[in-house]
Design a protein around this ligand. Structure first.
Ligand SMILES: Nc1ncnc2c1ncn2[C@@H]1O[C@H](COP(=O)(O)OP(=O)(O)OP(=O)(O)O)[C@@H](O)[C@H]1O
Ligand SMILES: [Mg+2]
Length: 255
């Protein structure tokens, strides 16, 4: 097992506010790593910075040993790093299946090739649809393939987001609150899906989650953030019992 994702001194400011302050972290491949921290501690900003959705003010991001600091988000997706958002954003009027199909990314060269050799298109389309159906089966969404996305429950939407991420062939998926606003039973189901993807499909997940008590049994490694910094990391038990983490949640931070 190795380190697949690494940041070095990552820093992001909003005017005078340092939202992410000199964060160096290492994410192990084929594990479920989790970022916790009180509201406003910089969790989303950290994910946005790693995925390239926000320009950073300092530091570097390495993925699979390569410096990706200057790559735009879609180029990071091309090398296998993708992310989902705190509020799922599917195309509500499209079906579940179509939502997956729209997430498929052709390589630029491939696109040109297939537009020249039109007969190849059909085969590729079939393969992409098959892939989408496979992913829907994996996530127990197959029976909803023809339903419009805006008829799904909160939990199903979160699964759809994971499905869309899988369509990009990402091996590392960053998720902002994958079980946020979802009841505990469904939250456990979503975590079981994530665990299955890690153990049987070689995926790596780095997720933000508030409710450590729900996530605890699935998570391998936890980072606790407070005021833009990582103040503790380790197993869920280690981090939950860390004095600085407890204090950060109570509002009196000792760094
Ligand atoms: N686009 C922005 N412009 C200005 N300030 C921002 C922006 N985005 C975030 N911030 C500020 O940066 C800090 C970190 O915010 P961030 O959203 O990363 O926190 P978070 O840990 O994800 O919080 P939550 O648990 O509420 O989702 C906060 O003080 C927030 O107000
Ligand atoms: Mg957030």
């Amino acid at each position: 097992m190795g380190i697949i994702l690494r940041t070095e001194g990552l820093t992001k400011r909003f005017g005078g506010l340092i939202a992410v302050n000199n964060v160096s972290m290492e994410v192990e491949e084929k594990k479920l790593s989790m970022i916790i921290g009180p509201n406003g501690s910089g969790k989303t900003t950290l994910i946005n910075s790693i995925s390239g959705f926000l320009p950073i003010d300092g530091g570097r991001v390495y993925f699979k040993g390569k410096d990706i600091t200057n790559l735009p988000p879609h180029k990071r997706v091309d090398v296998g790093l993708t992310r989902t958002f705190q509020i799922p954003s599917p195309f509500g009027k499209l079906t579940v299946l179509d939502n997956l199909l729209t997430s498929y990314r052709f390589n630029p060269g491939e696109k040109l090739y297939y537009s020249i050799f039109r007969s190849k298109w059909r085969k590729v389309e079939e393969e992409v649809v098959e892939k989408a159906l496979r992913i829907l089966k994996l996530l127990n969404l197959y029976h909803l393939k023809d339903a419009r996305a805006n008829t799904l429950s909160g939990g199903q939407l979160k699964l759809l987001e994971i499905g869309r991420a899988l369509m990009t062939d990402a091996d590392t998926i960053l998720m902002d609150e994958p079980v946020g606003g979802v009841n505990p039973t469904l939250a456990h189901e979503i975590f079981r899906h994530i665990k299955n993807l890690i153990e049987n499909h070689d995926k790596t997940f780095l997720i933000i989650e508030h409710r450590l008590e729900v996530a605890k049994e699935y998570v391998d490694h936890v980072y606790a953030m407070s005021m833009g910094r990582i103040i503790a990391e380790g197993t869920p038990d280690e981090v939950l019992n860390d004095k600085r983490v407890i204090e950060s949640y109570l509002g009196t931070v000792v760094v």
